[in-house]
Design a binder for this molecule. Structure first.
Ligand SMILES: Nc1nc2c(ncn2[C@@H]2O[C@H](COP(=O)(O)OP(=O)(O)OP(=O)(O)O)[C@@H](O)[C@H]2O)c(=O)[nH]1
Length: 324
């Protein structure tokens, strides 16, 4: 059993198993029920993060909190300085106008005007120099804040990748995919691009676990995920959708393109079998493919791929079924 079983709630699993059975029109016989229950119970929960990952996420949150605090202080200081500088400047301007008026209209002596202008000039120089040093200090603070923000951005990107990654295979996990699917489907609709989903499930995988042990089963999953990554473009997304079920989201790709990719993966699996103690383990998988319609969202797309996968399984093993 997968280690995800620790976080599994049996009642919830039973509820989902029964729902899946009725969705597929299967009778709730003990055999059917057990099969669905086990399949669901062994799916790794996307929330099941290690304490190390949680610790990293917390540390990042504290960093963000600190930097926001620093930014607040610096902004406050800069605002105070600018406000003080502004007041001093406007007072000097007023005095400058008074002196000019006194000189022109009231006939103040040149010596008197000269003296006033000199002391005004001194106070302007002083306040400008104070303002200048405060702005320079704030600029240094702001530069260091900008550097911290760019470090945090990098940490966030790494953190997000960790949170969205399936720990065993390195593929994207369900949680990451659910967010991504919404975005990709919207993008495809907006730009009128093709988007396909291929859901594939390893055939008779239970036998691999039963015959060779769960550890070997895990390595087979890693092997298949590696082969899948090797046939994909950078823009395609490989997802560990369930225990032994993967999904490939193919951006700007129609059904035929998706079929081509999955056939290449079948070929790769044949040419690169998983080896266990010098024994070839022939792994096949069944696939359902669907392309996004103009009137549906990402979830509907995946549901249709799932239906097609179900038909592929029903018709045999190692088959690719295209959704209507
Ligand atoms: N080793 C390993 N096995 C897993 C993991 N997740 C699910 N499984 C196993 O995958 C098997 C799925 O079994 P079934 O749902 O009966 O499917 P199957 O044997 O592949 O048969 P079909 O899908 O009908 O071809 C179960 O034995 C699960 O324990 C995992 O992370 N590691």
């Amino acid at each position: 059993m997968s280690n995800a079983s620790e976080s599994v709630i049996p009642v919830e699993v039973a509820r989902i198993a029964l729902k899946k059975l009725s969705e597929r029109g299967l009778p709730p016989t003990p055999e059917n029920y057990t099969k669905f229950y086990n399949a669901i119970a062994t799916i790794k929960s996307p929330n099941a993060k290690t304490s190390f990952e949680t610790l990293q996420a917390w540390q990042l949150l504290y960093k963000v909190e600190d930097i926001l605090g620093e930014m607040g202080d610096s902004a406050e200081q800069l605002l105070c300085t600018l406000a003080g500088g502004g007041e001093a400047m406007s007072a000097s301007l007023g005095q400058l106008q008074d002196t000019r008026r006194a000189h022109l209209e009231l006939g103040a002596s040149t010596d008197d005007t000269h003296f006033k202008l000199e002391s005004l000039l001194n106070s302007i120089i002083n306040s400008t120099s104070e303002l200048h040093s405060s702005v320079s200090a704030s600029s240094v603070d702001l530069q260091s804040i900008r550097d911290s923000i760019s470090n945090i951005e990098q940490d966030l990107a790494v953190n997000r990748q960790i949170l969205e990654q399936d720990a065993l295979t390195g593929a994207m996990n369900r949680q990451g995919f659910d967010n991504r699917l919404v975005r990709e489907a919207k993008l495809a609709q907006r730009h009128n691009h093709q988007l396909s989903a291929a859901l594939f499930d390893l055939d008779d995988f239970k036998l691999v676990n039963d015959r060779f042990g769960h550890g070997v089963g895990d390595n087979v999953l890693i092997h298949i995920a590696g082969l899948a990554k090797s046939v994909l473009r950078d823009t395609d997304i490989l997802v560990r959708y369930g225990g032994e079920e993967f999904l490939i989201l193919l951006v700007e790709t129609d059904m035929n393109g998706a079929r081509y990719v999955l056939e290449r993966l079948q070929q790769m699996c044949r040419r690169n079998p998983f080896m266990y103690k010098q024994q070839r383990l022939e792994i096949t998988f069944s696939t359902g493919i669907a392309a996004l319609r103009s009137d549906e969202n990402g979830r509907a797309l995946v549901l249709r791929a799932d239906e097609a996968l179900y038909i592929a399984k029903r018709n045999g093993r190692g088959l690719i079924e295209m959704a209507e």
